[in-house]
Design a protein around this ligand. Structure first.
Ligand code: NAG
Ligand code: NAG
Ligand code: NAG
Ligand code: NAG
Ligand code: NAG
Ligand code: NAG
Ligand code: NAG
Ligand code: NAG
Ligand code: NAG
Ligand code: NAG
Ligand code: NAG
Ligand code: NAG
Length: 812
């Protein structure tokens, strides 16, 4: 009986202490794995340890030993941090006393080891054990300053999961790399490599067979090493996005070079020897500080694409006319002083000319079409050009893009435009063009974008434009177009944006919006500041994609149709956002790398704005109750009309309103309390109506303190007016405000372009210069010898390159 009792007691104690141990310390059910413990003890025996770094390596639980880290879930050793200290007494702490292979074989037993740091110890000039290459699970390996010596084993190339490899040493040449440096390129996950002090001389010769290097975005500083010229097999070289200041003469020795990207550096000049690159086809030098280009450039007889935009060039050598293969030249954002015709002696092969924002003042030569018959893209925006548009330009067979905006061109728009079958993008905005718009458009033309805004054009709306079956964006605003607008919107089958604002159009709105329209694509209709009259036709409500409706400043009469409360995008913009992400967002980055960079964002972009503006008309009746359904409307302007009745009681439901203007009408009654819950409202104007009673207080309205927004309503009282309220005007309840923080969703999509998809679709056809850079970003330590450093990085990059083409993209 007693025995049984004692036995039970022991059992309980065991259970108790067992449990106590289980619950204490690390919350793990696992302690050190015995097999691993033995391996660590074997490792310890390899070293002399005068500073007692491994003195705690005795107890049963090896996970508690100094420098040992275990996986919390299973107890396996995952890290060994045995970094010596150079500071203690200027000596490393562990001294190898056994065969170095013993170190390797004991560590191999730690099958889950990911992090190994043996830096600053003393391995007495021994080789790095090749068996380290079998620890395939390693992510971090630091063997720096550990006095390893001799040749680095190529087996390390098997550590494909390695993120960090540090093999630096005190004395140059302690460690060296054989002729075969290819093993480095197998380290496909490597993000950081440090081989300072490693002798790479042997490897170099091998690397000079290299065909392609990419060192873009690598924080390269100073000059490109002279030895670059020795890479005689090089076909493509990308050193863009660094801080390089000069190019050595030896670059001329790269006789096989076909592609060179030195863009986005700080280069100030180009050596004459560049003319020796006889095979060069593509040359990118944009965004540098170049002031001149050597004459020898004319010798680049294979050159097809040259981008020198965003430099400080004042002239271009005449020899450029000798480039018999040149197809695309980009010279935008420079400061040319010389007259236009002189240096536009480009070869007949030229397809793209970008001279936008380049201080050009001479007029376009009349015979430009004959001088450059192959032209596809002409960018001349933002210059000081005078004169008229040469007719011969419009007759070019392949011309797809013509941008002459922001100049001082005068004269008529040539009728020959109507003959062009290739032209898709036409921007003549912000000039002084006059006369009428040609009216001879045909359905076999390819226009998708036409911008003739801000000129001095007069005459009628060119009704034949409805024939342009791919036209998506039409801007004719800010001209003097006049007479009746006899155009049926529904005939413009693919129109997204129609801007006819700031003209002198008259006539009846009903005649524009004629007949039933279902699922028409139109998103933006702008007729602002014209002489349009008539009622607002109910048919307008059937534009189911309407986002911006601006009919302000006309002579419209009648009332606001209640069906305005049904514009689907204004009710719920979720679908629109979905379209943006799902449909176009992915393609957006393409736009950035198409050359002529700032252009493509110009008018194709449209802020995601959702707005109704009917101000300054003669509208009567009350504000339809139905408008409160437009929960995603940002801007509502009904000011300067003759509206009467009350403000809809539940206006506060239009939770995305940012701007609301009902001023200069005949509205009466009280301001609804619900308005205090319009948390995004930043602009409010209710002045000059007949509103009465207490101004509601609460959340957002209190931040809008300017009393003028309530001016001209003698019967309004309360803050911020000086008028105090008498008791009978007090409403039964105080402001009902809800703190709608959730509603403060960041509308990052607010600025996203709506029409990008159409633009990229177009570029997909015409834009041939897409230069996709998809390298993973890697940061490499500067090695004492730049040349060697470059060689190592080259090897790595080449491996990335190969991988990319195998469709095996490394997404970090
Ligand atoms: C142990 O568990 C407690 C509570 O479950 C937790 O707060 C603590 O962070 C854990 N400790 C470790 C080392 O995981
Ligand atoms: C490393 O050890 C070797 C031989 O054991 C010795 O000659 C050398 O001086 C040591 N290095 C340092 C920095 O202590
Ligand atoms: C490797 O160890 C050395 C010396 O302990 C240290 O200075 C260096 O930062 C480490 N390298 C990396 C890449 O962590
Ligand atoms: C990788 O390891 C295998 C054995 O697993 C070996 O045969 C091969 O040489 C190693 N590769 C490199 C590059 O070291
Ligand atoms: C680097 O290695 C090469 C080839 O082994 C050798 O000729 C050269 O002397 C070494 N450089 C140094 C500084 O040890
Ligand atoms: C480039 O080098 C200069 C001098 O060698 C140095 O002052 C500068 O900080 C370096 N810039 C970068 C970004 O490393
Ligand atoms: C036009 O060029 C100047 C430099 O010549 C530059 O500062 C400016 O940003 C450029 N403008 C545009 C719109 O690219
Ligand atoms: C606009 O064109 C008209 C003739 O159509 C002309 O009288 C007027 O001077 C022009 N205005 C400007 C600013 O060029
Ligand atoms: C508009 O289209 C209708 C047929 O849908 C056609 O009858 C009418 O003539 C067209 N109007 C114009 C101006 O092209
Ligand atoms: C506008 O046109 C419609 C139909 O063509 C007509 O019924 C209406 O009376 C016109 N309105 C005005 C103000 O002329
Ligand atoms: C808006 O429409 C989406 C579906 O397109 C729906 O999931 C969401 O609930 C709607 N939002 C509101 C406020 O009705
Ligand atoms: C307003 O009501 C308060 C009590 O709520 C009262 O003391 C005051 O005399 C009233 N003033 C007027 C002008 O009726």
């Amino acid at each position: 009986m007693r025995e049984t009792f004692r036995a039970m007691l022991v059992l309980v104690a065991v259970l108790f202490f067992g449990a106590a141990e289980f619950c204490s310390g690390r919350n793990t059910s696992f302690s050190c794995i015995e097999k691993e413990r033995k391996a660590l003890l074997k490792f310890k025996l390899c070293f002399h340890d005068p500073s007692h770094m491994l003195s705690s390596w005795k107890s049963n639980d090896c996970c508690e030993w100094r420098g040992v880290g275990c996986d919390k879930n299973n107890g396996y050793v995952i890290s060994l941090q045995l970094r010596g200290s150079v500071f203690a007494n200027q000596r490393p702490q562990l001294y190898l006393i056994d065969d170095v292979e013993e170190v390797g074989s004991s560590l191999l037993k730690l099958r889950y080891l990911k992090h190994l740091d043996l830096s600053n110890n003393n391995f007495s000039g021994n080789l790095i054990p090749p068996s380290f290459g079998l620890m395939k699970q390693l992510r971090y390996l630091n063997l720096s300053y550990a006095q390893f010596g001799g040749r680095i084993p190529t087996e390390l190339g098997n550590l494909t999961r390695l993120h960090v490899l540090d093999l630096s040493s005190y004395y140059y040449g302690e460690l060296k790399v054989d002729d075969d440096i290819q093993w480095i390129s197998h380290l496909s996950s490597l993000q950081r490599l440090d081989m300072s002090g490693v002798n790479l001389s042997h490897a170099s010769s091998n690397l000079f067979q290299l065909k392609s290097i990419d060192l873009s975005d690598n924080q390269l500083n100073g000059s490109i090493p002279d030895s670059i010229g020795q890479l005689s097999k090089l076909e493509s070289m990308d050193l863009s996005e660094n801080q390089l200041r000069s190019i050595p003469d030896s670059i001329g020795q790269l006789s096989e070079l076909e592609g060179m990207d030195l863009s986005e550096n700080q280069l100030r000049s180009i050596p004459d020897s560049i003319g020796q690159l006889f095979k060069l086809r593509i040359m990118y030098l944009y965004e540098n500080h170049l002031r001149s280009i050597p004459d020898s450039i004319g010798q680049l007889s294979k050159l097809e694409i040259m981008d020198l935009s965003e430099n400080q060039l004042r002239s271009i050598p005449d020899s450029i006319g000798q480039l018999s293969k040149l197809e695309r030249i980009f010279l935008s954002s420079n400061q040319f002083r010389i007259g236009f015709p002189k240096w536009l002696q480009l070869p007949k092969t030229i397809k793209t000319v970008d001279l936008s924002n380049a201080s050009i003042s001479s007029p376009l030569p009349e015979n430009i079409g004959h001088m450059m018959p192959m032209l596809e893209e002409v960018y001349l925006a933002n210059n000081l050009m005078k004169g008229s548009i040469p007719k011969s330009l419009c007759n070019l067979k392949y011309l797809a893009i013509l941008d002459l905006s922001n100049n001082m061109l005068y004269g008529n728009i040539p009728k020959s435009l109507c003959n062009s079958k290739s032209l898709g993008y036409l921007d003549l905005s912000n000039n002084m063009l006059s006369g009428s718009i040609p009216n001879c458009w045909r359905n076999d033309q390819s226009f998708f974008f036409i911008d003739l805004s801000s000129n001095n054009l007069s005459g009628l709306f060119p009704s034949t434009m409805v024939q342009l079956s791919s036209l998506s964006l039409l801007h004719l605003n800010n001209n003097s177009l006049h007479k009746g607008l006899h155009v049926a919107l529904k005939n413009f089958t693919s129109l997204l944006v129609l801007d006819l604002g700031e003209n002198k159009f008259s006539g009846n709105l009903t005649s524009i919006v004629r007949g039933e329209i279902s699922n028409h694509s139109l998103k933006v209709l702008r007729l602002r500041k014209n002489l349009v009259s008539g009622y607002i036709p109910l048919e307008l409500c059937s534009f189911s994609h309407m986002q911006i409706l601006d009919l302000a400043d006309n002579h419209l009469t009648g009332s606001i149709p209640p069906c305005f409360g049904k514009f689907p995008i204004m009710v719920n913009a979720t679908q629109l956002i979905h379209d943006l992400y799902g449909g176009y967002w992915d393609e957006a980055p393409l736009m950035e790398v198409v050359k002529g960079r700032y252009l493509e964002y110009k008018r194709l972009t449209l802020r995601l704005e959702i707005s109704i503006d009917l101000s300054s008309n003669n509208l009567i009746g009350s504000i339809p109750e139905e408008l409160i359904l437009l929960k995603d409307l940002h801007n509502l302007n009904l000011s300067w009309n003759h509206l009467s009745g009350k403000i809809p009681e539940k206006l506060g439901q239009m939770e995305n309103l940012e701007s609301l203007d009902f001023s200069k009408n005949g509205l009466s009654g009280m301001i609804p309390n619900s308005m205090s819950s319009l948390t995004k409202l930043s602009h409010l104007n209710l002045s000059y109506n007949n509103l009465s009673g207490l101004i509601p207080t609460g959340y957002q309205l209190q931040t809008l303190e300017d009393p003028t927004m309530y001016a001209g309503n003698p019967q309004l009282c309360g803050v911020p007016l000086l008028n105090k309220c008498s008791n009978d005007t007090l409403p039964p309840t105080t402001a009902n405000f809800k703190d709608n923080d959730e509603g403060a969703l960041k509308r990052m999509w607010f600025y996203i372009v709506v029409l990008l998809g159409f633009a990229t679709g177009f570029w997909g056809v015409v834009g041939t210069l897409i230069f996709v850079k998809n390298w993973r970003y890697a940061y490499f330590q500067w090695v004492d010898d730049v040349q060697h450093w470059i060689l190592v990085v080259i090897t790595l990059k080449v491996s990335c390159f190969k991988k990319m083409f195998n469709g095996n993209k490394d997404d970090q």
